[in-house]
Design a protein. Structure first.
Length: 311
């Protein structure tokens, strides 16, 4: 979700081609971010549309958030999966409390994008890719539960905790400082192992293996390695974090050409729970399968498409 500004002009220019006209035969350009889950969801959108007779042009794994956002605003891609919480960034409304509520955040960004950008948000998945703190099972047992309130009480009482995280997670106001302020605990320097970069695979592996005494880590809610590493995500009952629900975002003109898109994609995204996305991401990052085949197999498992849709 980080921008690569130097690549933006190159990639967007590389997408230039024939303009999207009104002809129904014009392929729908499907984009996605370059990360694991972005590729998974982008391929899922592309495959679902194809299975319903809609021609697509595959531009999945295009780049980070800012680049993909610029591409759809420029009309260089037509649809891609985005996260509701990024509305805070897109519309410069970081303090709006709506972003910490799953439904209000979705309705807020949906209304803003429709009003200002002619972009339509289809149904969002019942999952969030928010930052979270995960702990080893033995720490979850020692603190007496799997919530951030349990964690805060344990830390405040002097329990042994060492958390692996990136410098961004430690320093960003919306990450560890938000957790600490909301739940009333403080981790000192000796309780932090700050790793170079923001790779959650490294922070989670450090916790799972107990490297340098680490027993907790930063992660994202739908990280694929969570189940495999048997780490326990701590529930954020007080909504310290912005909610990032994934949903397809489509240009209004393209949706007008293909009004069945919502009927095609809404039921699919409704099945993408936190556990489901963790499992699908794990097939990619742990088992080494490509995003295209994982997305296709998942759609196969959902059964045949509704009769009459996209025919």
């Amino acid at each position: 979700m980080r921008p690569f500004a130097a690549l933006a002009c190159i990639v967007i220019l590389g997408l230039s081609g024939e303009p999207h006209g009104a002809a129904a035969a014009t392929p729908v350009v499907v984009g996605s971010k370059i990360d694991t889950e972005g590729a998974l969801l982008g391929n899922m959108i592309a495959a679902a549309l194809q299975r319903h007779g809609i021609a697509i042009l595959d531009k999945t794994s295009l780049g980070p958030t800012d680049l993909v956002r610029r591409a759809i605003l420029a009309g260089q891609i037509d649809i891609y999966p985005e996260y509701t919480g990024n509305g805070a960034r897109f519309f410069r409304l970081p303090d709006d409390p709506a972003w910490r509520d799953p439904q209000r955040g979705y309705e807020r960004v949906k209304a803003l994008d429709a009003q200002h950008n002619d972009l339509i948000w289809l149904a969002a998945a019942p999952a969030s890719n928010s930052w979270t703190i995960v702990v080893r099972p033995d720490l979850a047992a020692a603190q007496g539960g799997a919530t951030l309130d349990d964690f805060a009480r344990y830390v405040t009482a002097g329990g042994r905790v060492r958390l692996a995280a990136s410098a961004e997670f430690v320093e960003s106001p919306g990450a560890l400082p938000a957790f600490q302020a909301t739940y009333g605990f403080t981790l000192g320097r000796s309780q932090l192992l700050v790793l170079v970069g923001g790779d959650t695979a490294a922070t989670m592996r450090a916790a799972a293996d107990g490297i340098s005494g680490v027993n907790a880590a930063m992660a994202y809610g739908t990280d694929g390695a969570l189940a495999v590493l048997r780490l326990v995500p701590l529930r954020d009952d007080k909504a310290a974090e912005t909610i990032y629900r994934p949903a397809p975002v489509v240009r209004q003109a393209v949706l007008a050409e293909h009004p069945d898109m919502a009927v095609i994609l809404d039921p699919i995204f409704a099945t993408l729970t936190m556990t489901t996305l963790q499992q699908l991401n794990a097939e990619i990052v742990v088992e080494g399968r490509d995003a295209h085949s994982v997305a296709a197999a998942y759609l196969d498992g959902l059964g045949k498409p509704p009769q009459g849709v996209g025919q």
